[in-house]
Design a protein around this ligand. Structure first.
Ligand code: ASP
Ligand code: MG
Length: 468
């Protein structure tokens, strides 16, 4: 049985947590005799954040911050190392490896801060140090308890991507061949490969990264490459839930989800996974399992191509995203002018504004879109600079809304779901600002003022009987 397991950055950021992760690896290796296990790890939390903040500091030539960042990263890793590795010779080797990496990081940062410049390529290179360091910790911790293991960066394991730095996409055909070629000999020697999540390399050998939270993506890329039957994403909660536990007192854990349902839900609530993470395994028989590393008895959530009948409820989950903003652009100039939407979305995309929801009135005189609050400034500036006074007459903004989405593949072709949703919402006297439903009918999403978010989620959770 081939299994890929991923440990995120918050699962390895203390002595106890690393020991727990090591125990999980040990148990699973033993439990199923002959298990072929690949482990993916993220950077120790919050190392990636520190590295990316340091990139911003470099641009401001802030030498003090950059120096502190290197020191902090050094002490995070050396103090963990001291606690988790007991054998003197192993400790020595691990220390030496970490020291080399820190030295390299320091040199790069010093050079860059001197110039005050970070290219996207350099930023990915700097960001890669988080995972390059964490794989050393985990590998040596395993060796310390007598488990043969070897660490590999994304490049070393064979993940090849395009050169779209910070959001690179894997070139799967080549990747599959390379990864299989690399991993199989390790399996033969009963070695557990510890692979750096998040990082890969392009055709020219430059380090690339797969986007924030990209270790999930690395895990499924590896799983697809070695034909793993399962990918286990370890977390600190029991699985995907019927609603955000911060809003609904006791939501239920969903036992099974289809890939498409999971994709709809991945953007919402607690951060469960990288939005593209399911892509590599969507056409395979690989199951993705989300489990709690601190409550292993709970079966967690299993994401598979064809969930069993039993789990085919009409509505499975009420999900919500807060901190979003609604932008409404309007103008007579937009009516009957083909390409209007394309122009608007294209210039927003060029400025890296991600649009979460779109709706256009049939008269074509207005387009509404939802963006994250962080992107609002950029979005408005882009629209003003490029279109205001010409294509667009007016821009209206509501800067504090929530997206609520009702998700479930059982909604397809069932009449009355929308009526039921909006009756519940009306009962609570909540105003609905915008609505979208894709023709897949998997997901009906709408916008309310953020102050109404919790009440809306709670009443839907109750009225659809999800707590039972
Ligand atoms: N270390 C990366 C990040 O923080 C990747 C990951 O955590 O999955 O975004
Ligand atoms: Mg992380």
């Amino acid at each position: 049985m081939r299994i890929v397991m991923k440990f995120g950055g918050t699962l390895i950021d203390s002595e106890d947590k690393i020991k727990n992760a090591i125990q999980i690896i040990k148990n699973h290796k033993k439990k199923f005799f002959n298990n072929e296990l690949v482990i993916i790890v993220s950077a120790v939390n919050p190392v990636t954040d520190i590295l990316l903040d340091a990139c911003n500091a470099i641009k401001k030539k802030d030498k003090v911050y950059v120096k502190k960042a290197v020191n902090d990263i050094n002490s995070i890793h050396t103090s963990l190392l001291d606690k988790i590795i007991s054998k003197t010779d192993l400790k020595k080797q691990a220390r030496k490896t970490i020291k080399c990496l820190i030295k390299e990081l320091e040199m790069i940062m010093e050079g860059a801060v001197f110039l005050g410049e970070v290219t996207p390529k350099l930023q990915d290179y700097i960001a890669s140090f988080g995972e390059r360091l964490s794989i050393v910790l985990i590998t040596f911790a395993l060796r310390d308890i007598g488990i043969k293991s070897e660490y590999l960066t994304g490049k070393e394991v064979g993940i090849l991507t395009d050169s779209n730095f910070s959001e690179a996409r894997p070139l799967m055909d080549t990747t599959k061949l390379r990864v299989l070629h690399k991993i199989e000999p390790l399996f033969k020697e009963k070695i557990v490969p510890i692979v750096a999540g998040f990082i890969a390399s392009d055709q020219n050998g430059n380090t690339t990264t797969l986007g924030r939270g990209g270790s999930d993506y690395s895990a499924t890329i590896i799983a697809a490459s070695i034909n793993a039957i399962e990918v286990w994403l370890w977390n600190e909660f029991d699985g995907m839930m019927t609603a955000d536990p911060r809003i609904v007192g006791k939501p239920k854990v969903l036992a099974e989800l289809s890939f498409s349902e999971a994709v709809e839900m991945s953007m919402f609530g607690l951060k469960y996974m990288h939005p593209r993470a399911l892509e590599p395994v969507i056409d395979s028989r690989t199951a993705v399992i989300i489990k709690n590393a601190y409550n292993q008895k709970n079966k967690g959530t299993k994401i598979i191509q064809n969930p069993s009948r039993e789990s085919e409820k009409t509505v499975k989950s009420i999900t919500s995203i807060r901190n979003t903003a609604l932008i409404d652009v309007s103008g007579w100039g937009m009516i009957g002018a083909p390409g209007t939407a394309a122009k608007i979305f294209d210039s927003l995309a060029k400025n890296k504004v991600n649009i979460m929801m779109i709706s256009q009135s049939p008269s074509e005189s207005s387009i509404s879109m939802v963006v994250r609050q962080n992107d609002l400034d950029k979005a408005i500036t882009t629209l003003e600079l490029n279109f205001l006074g010409r294509l667009i007459k007016q821009i209206n903004v509501n800067d504090n809304v929530s997206v609520i989405a009702v998700v479930g593949s059982g909604m397809r072709g069932i009449k009355g779901v929308a009526a039921k949703i909006f009756t519940s919402i009306a009962k609570k006297n909540i105003n609905v600002i915008m609505i979208t439903q894709g023709s897949s009918e998997l997901n009906l999403a709408f916008i309310v003022n953020d102050e109404n978010c919790e009440a809306a989620v709670r009443i839907l959770h109750e009225d659809f009987g999800l707590a039972k």
